[in-house]
Design a protein around this ligand. Structure first.
Ligand code: GUN
Length: 286
């Protein structure tokens, strides 16, 4: 039977550590403030944004909510970001993705000051990650590596296969695993013999966005499986990119959905906000 890697418990530890540090900052007269910007009312985004606001309240971060209508123009959004970049009180800026199709996401991400980019999406921060310089780390990839580290999973020298090459998860998590001295392969929709490749993985990270795509045929006996996907089926039940029931017997450890990677993302966001105020945002990668 596989060990269940408990992201809820580990993220709870991180939140409590961040809470303590934020209390210490407050004693020095420093407040932490995060601007959370949402355009439109995509139901999944509403849930994520709400969870982020709740986490802020728990750790003692002030959140400034900007809920903008779907029809907001790119210009209006860029003007808000410019205002937040200049606002001294605001330490972190988070623009929830996806944005409506009439807004260029890259332009918006580029407009956020790299020093307030607590999502770690700005090219200055992604570039820093790529070449091993200090910068904000993207929250889901950083959460995955922290979850593995705190669960006692050795990464150095191990074979890691990442399935998925998105800018938000696949590419950055591969870079972070590489930084931990793992041997890393990135697989994607055009990869040939995906099953055989995945079966070589000591650690398999799946971020493909397809419900239950990965079954036991993709798993090496004793592998550690990290499931980044989250989907809701017709009955309203949550599941991941991995068919949990099918692979559970075969792997040594697995992250569940829900309660695996998801809560880690928010915990790492809280950590980035705290680091932004310490003036250590640019060292967050160390
Ligand atoms: N949409 C899905 N994941 C994320 C995330 O980590 N940050 C933001 N801003 N939007 C997202």
């Amino acid at each position: 039977m596989a060990k269940i890697i408990d992201g809820k418990a580990v993220s709870g530890q991180i939140r409590d550590e961040v809470k303590e540090k934020i209390e210490a900052l407050r004693r020095e007269g420093k407040e932490v403030t995060l601007a959370v910007v949402q355009v439109g009312s995509d139901p999944a985004s509403c849930v994520y944004v709400n969870n982020k606001k709740k986490a802020c309240a728990y750790v003692g971060i002030k959140s400034l909510a900007y809920e903008l209508p779907e029809e907001t123009t790119e210009e209006e959004l860029l003007a808000l970001i410019d205002k937040l970049n200049r606002m001294e009180e605001c330490n972190g800026i988070l623009v929830q993705l996806p944005l409506p199709v009439h807004i260029d996401e890259d332009k918006v991400i580029d407009a956020i000051s790299p020093d307030k980019d607590v999502d770690g999406f700005h090219q200055s921060n992604t570039g820093a990650l790529c070449i091993g310089r200090p910068g904000f780390l993207p929250c889901t990839p950083a959460g995955i590596v922290e979850l593995l580290r705190r669960s006692g999973v050795e990464l150095a020298g191990r074979n890691c296969v990442v399935v998925g090459r998105s800018n938000i998860v696949g590419k950055p998590v591969a870079l972070l695993l590489l930084r931990e001295n793992a041997t890393v392969t990135i697989a994607h929709s055009k990869t040939e013999n995906l099953k055989a490749l995945c079966r070589q993985a000591d650690i398999l990270v799946v971020a493909v966005g397809k419900p239950k795509m990965i079954n036991r045929e993709y798993i090496k006996e004793g592998a550690v499986v990290v499931d980044v996907g989250i989907h809701r089926n017709e009955a309203g039940k949550l599941c991941g990119d991995v068919d949990f029931a099918d692979v559970e017997e075969r792997c040594s450890a697995i992250t569940p959905v829900p309660g695996g990677v998801g809560p880690m993302t928010i915990a790492m966001l809280m950590k980035n906000c705290m680091l932004a105020v310490c003036g250590k945002g640019r060292e967050a990668g160390r």
